[in-house]
Design a protein around this ligand. Sequence first.
Ligand code: C5P
Length: 217
Amino acid sequence: MSLRCLITAGPTREFFDPVRFVSNPSTGKMGFALATAARQAGWTVDLVAGPVALPEPAGVVLYPVVTADEMSRQVDALFGACDILIMTAAVSDWRPKVRHPEKLKKQGQALTVEFEPVPDILTTLAAQRRPGQLLVGFAAETEDVEANARAKLVQKKIDFIAANSVAGPDGAFGAETNRLIVLGADGFRQVMGPATKTVLAQQLIALLLQHLTVHAR
Ligand code: C5P
């Protein structure tokens, strides 16, 4: 099957002045491993990545972005052409309400930054998907991993969610290995790993291909 896959990876940065931002420890490894695995499966791959320190996977078109807003606009532009969207990016859920044009001066006082919610990219796209498009999310949880991920699967109206724990020193952010609980909207459930992110990526791509093949019949 000749498929076009859109993958997001890495963190986003949300600035409150030109040199300061809030972000998270996502390294982009899982998304980049998925891009490589999808390419190896013969798919055409667009990879939209926040700031990461990883080499560009061979044969993949990389679109570097910084903020959630930039990621949203880039993904919007590519979504219509894709058969599969896999959102591994740890998109910021909040951003500072104000981005000061000049660097804030420290004067020994406390700083209060007000945050506003960032629109959920997956939820927005799920509402405008065309028939046959497969949408996959990731859920990074610190507790009740499976229950929280299942709630997100339903809320976001997507086809699959891969849940992983980011709690404690063995959490998924930046680690070489991971354990995923993959949940499907049709009741599917499979635990993958612990295994390297390369192996997990290959297993997840194989699973999605199998799902598409069955549903294309
Ligand atoms: O709700 P939560 O942020 O935990 O959901 C994680 C999933 O939602 C990931 O697939 C992530 O890429 C996606 N997401 C998004 N837009 C946001 C925040 C998260 O698409 N603003």
